[in-house]
Design a protein around this ligand. Sequence first.
Ligand code: FO1
Length: 320
Amino acid sequence: MVQATDSVVLLSGGVGGAKLALGLHRALPPAALTIIANIGDDFRHLGLAISPDIDTLIYTLADLVNPDTGWGRRDETWNFMAELERLGGETWFRLGDRDLASHVERSRRLEAGDALSTITRETCQRLGIGSHIVPASDRRVQTRVVTDAGVLAFQDYFVRQRAQPVVSEVRFAGAAEAVPPATAMAALGDPGLRAILIAPSNPWLSIDPILAIPALRAALEKSTVARVAVSPIVAGQAIKGPTAKIMAELGMPVNQVGIARHYRGLIDGLVLDHADAGEVAAVEALGIRAITTSTVMQTLEDRMTLARFALEFAATLRRP
Ligand code: FO1
């Protein structure tokens, strides 16, 4: 049972990770959860500072997210995009009218000198989100995808080219110099910390930009708190997005061993779907405890059940 003083850290990307984030947010006491969010997808577009994963997490936890896409706002209108199209502007990255307010206000505050972590914290407060959403860094970290179509900026690869180019490498420009906000480090060093979870986000595109920041990787490596990842792969397929495609392109086995090898040294336990029960032994042979449950989250109940399951699993793992 999770105590009122217990805290939990989740590393998360956008849409897939936000599902587990919501389950934890609802299952834990207010303010117990700190989500360290990927910023590798952030970019400047139409003169605005866009932070897709932070916004996806904020909208999801505030119950404002578009349930059909998992990103952007529910009850959205698209007048701005329609007018931009009429003027011959760039419309490949869709910014809805309600969503636009987040980007305009973030851009204004960044230009005024506020840190991304401060802006994110205050936005969460205004929207009544008790959990803490913390960008992995206040300095820019930019994911660049090396492909057969050239070295692409993340959103160019992911949205404009629909993740179709073949990936040979993923780079994180600025990560080596990036420093996590003090709130992220404080959450990881909290004496009441009970678990560090890694969401079922794409390990190569959404979690690696976080782990590429030296202080965050080091904090995870040396933490004595149980570290548990929820696998984004079920029966050789990605729950969402191009994870399986990228694993194959990078020459990895598209299975739980591929995920476990990637996180080796950073996790103590891996949560797999029942469909992959046959891979438990192979993961455990790598020194990582494995357990199965239903990892496909369709309802809010599924999200909360998986969140509780991951926390209970973490509570059984003792660090050497
Ligand atoms: N994803 C798309 O596939 N197409 C879009 O036009 C798009 C716009 C968009 C606008 C704001 C935002 O916060 C997210 C948006 N996303 C869009 C999602 C986003 O590009 C990706 O899902 C994440 O970067 C991957 O985690």
